[in-house]
Write a protein that binds this ligand. Structure first.
Ligand code: ADP
Ligand code: MG
Length: 197
C-alpha cells in the first residue's frame, strides 16, 4: 500500500508538471469560473488559498477575482514553533514574501497578525490526488491534516469549508485513507465541482 501511494504521488506530480503554460492558464480560468458561481465561495469573506508549485492548478485568476470582490485572502505559512502545522496570514498585493524550506513562497511573518484556522470561512487547498468522496492525498507532509485535525473531532460544529483544488485528471476512483486524513467538503477542478456534503 505504501508503495502504491508513492507511485501514485509520483505519477500525478509528473503529469501536473507536464502541462503546458497554455493548458495551465486555461484550466486556471475555468476553475475560477466554476468557483465564482459556487455558494460557498460567494458567501465566504475570509478565504485561504495557495500559490501554485510543482504544477498545481493556478490560483492567479481567483486571487484577482477575490481582490475585486473585496474578500480577505490568506496564505499558509509554516508554523515557526509548532512543527508541521500551518498558520494563515493575510495576503495583499504588497505583502513581503520569502521562500520557505520547500522553496515555496510565503508571506514574511514578522509582526503579522495570523488568523486561527477555525476562523477561516473557506480553505482552498492544493492536493496530489483526490477521490470524489472527499479523500485527499497531499505531498506527504500531513500539514493540512494536522492544521485541520479539529474538523475530525467537531463534525458539523462549524469551522471552515475545506475545498481541494485540482486538475480533473488527479481524480482517483478510490484513495487509501488513514485515520488522520481530514476529508474534503468539496473538490473544484477545471471541469466542475465535486460536492461531498
Ligand atoms: N493530526 C495529526 N497528528 C499527528 N500526526 C499527523 C496528523 N496528521 C497527519 N500526521 C502525520 O503526517 C504524516 C503525513 O500524512 P499523510 O496523510 O501521509 O500526508 P499528506 O496528507 O500530505 O498526503 C503521517 O505520517 C501522519 O502520521
Ligand atoms: Mg493526509
Amino acid at each position: 500500500m505504501m508503495q502504491d501511494r508513492k507511485t501514485l504521488r509520483r505519477q500525478m506530480r509528473a503529469r501536473r508538471r507536464a502541462l503546458s503554460p497554455q493548458q495551465q492558464r486555461q484550466s486556471a480560468r475555468s476553475l475560477c469560473r466554476q468557483l465564482s458561481q459556487h455558494l460557498w465561495f460567494r458567501q465566504a469573506r475570509h478565504i485561504a488559498l495557495y500559490l501554485p508549485n510543482d504544477g498545481e492548478i493556478d490560483t492567479a485568476p481567483l486571487i484577482h477575482l477575490c481582490r475585486r470582490l473585496g474578500k480577505q485572502l490568506y496564505l499558509p505559512v509554516l508554523h515557526p514553533i509548532r512543527h508541521n502545522r500551518l498558520w494563515f496570514t493575510p495576503y495583499h498585493r504588497h505583502t513581503p514574501m520569502r521562500r520557505n524550506r520547500y522553496r515555496i513562497l510565503e508571506p514574511v511573518l514578522q509582526g503579522k497578525p495570523v488568523r486561527p484556522a477555525f476562523a477561516l470561512d473557506l480553505v482552498l487547498m492544493p492536493l496530489v490526488a483526490f477521490s470524489a468522496d472527499g479523500g485527499r492525498m497531499g505531498m506527504g507532509g500531513g500539514y493540512y491534516d494536522r492544521s485541520f485535525a479539529f474538523k475530525l473531532q467537531a463534525k458539523g460544529l462549524g469551522g471552515p469549508r475545506l475545498m481541494g483544488l485540482a486538475h480533473d485528471f488527479q481524480r482517483q476512483t478510490q484513495l487509501p485513507l488513514e485515520p488522520w486524513d481530514v476529508p474534503l467538503d468539496a473538490i473544484a477542478t477545471e471541469r466542475g465541482i465535486y460536492r461531498i456534503r
